[in-house]
Design a protein around this ligand. Sequence first.
Ligand code: NAD
Ligand code: UDP
Length: 336
Amino acid sequence: MNVLVTGGLGFIGSHTVIALHQAGYTPVIIDNLSNSSEAVLTQLSKITGHSFEFYRGCIGDDALMQQILTDHNIEGVFHFAALKAVGESTEQPLAYYRNNVSNTVAMLETMAKCGVERIVFSSSATVYGDPQYLPLDEKHPISSTNPYGWTKVMVERVLQDYCAANEKMLAIALRYFNPVGAHPSGELGESPKGIPNNLMPYIAQTAVGIREYLNIFGDDYDTHDGTGVRDYIHVQDLVSGHVAAFDVHVKDSGFHAYNLGTGQGYSVLDMVKAFSSSAQTEIAYKICPRRDGDVASNYADASKARQILNWHAKHDLKSMTDDTWRWQTNYPKGLE
Ligand code: NAD
Ligand code: UDP
């Protein structure tokens, strides 16, 4: 089956392209390179021995999308393309609503014209807002604390309403917890442009000497060591969750939401310690004030995915930090 991967040269999309190929699907990629590099295509070929069809462009471009969907007889869309920096979203909300919401709606309209009735959407645990209880299950009330998060809430709403109005439509929203790690080959990983916002790439860049020290945002939270606790999930587990969800629901319709997390929370200091051990080096850090909008703890109840998709996360913290370190040492500046 031919499938389109939007944002397929980005961190999670690129790893998913490999998993889809290995599962027997034929992925075609669209990416506008706003947060990725065409060099990822070479890495994908290196890892799989296969060259993938790639279109440089925007998912909101109706003519281009019609051409791709029809020329390749696309039967499902894995939708990763989005802007994802929380801080930037508060400074440039319109850019986020335009790219993440308006372009997704435009893409759904193009899909409708071309008879494509399956979508897997990259949602996020951010749709739970401030946790009212832990672990977070899919029944937790939906909310958000920033424009990026609201774009995920809105697209989920659009997909639910669209599925309700179109009995053949299948939409799967996968709510990611904290994706980290890299491909075990060391040839593919996360290469954020500029200063990383997220913890893991920041630690990795500190370990390799690009950053002087890590800023730890708060050590006075109500957690086992005072630093924030999150549910880190290896990108390889995340992508196997996509394949599992698509396989299980491919003949279904309707809206389905799943948490993809491990259920295990680690603190910032736990992550520093684990990374130090993988990299065999001390990681310098300074304790700073809390970051606006951060919560003390956040971790998943992933039992729905286990029960219905027969999926669970298999990689432990050591493989997350080992694989990240392998990638970081092979490509200290990412792919240029
Ligand atoms: P990423 O930035 O590495 O990948 C997104 C890709 O989409 C980039 O290659 C970018 O160039 C492309 N893109 C953006 N807008 C586009 C458009 N209009 N048309 C075509 N291409 C476009 O991000 P990622 O970490 O791989 O995230 C993938 C998805 O998962 C995003 O939707 C993100 O919001 C979601 N998500 C990520 C995380 C995380 O921590 N990485 C957590 C939860 C959810
Ligand atoms: N964090 C930190 N320093 C950084 C980046 C993140 O201390 O440079 C902390 C942050 O406060 C949170 C955890 O690491 O407790 C994970 O943050 P990240 O931005 O990676 O993911 P989030 O869960 O906020 O989406």
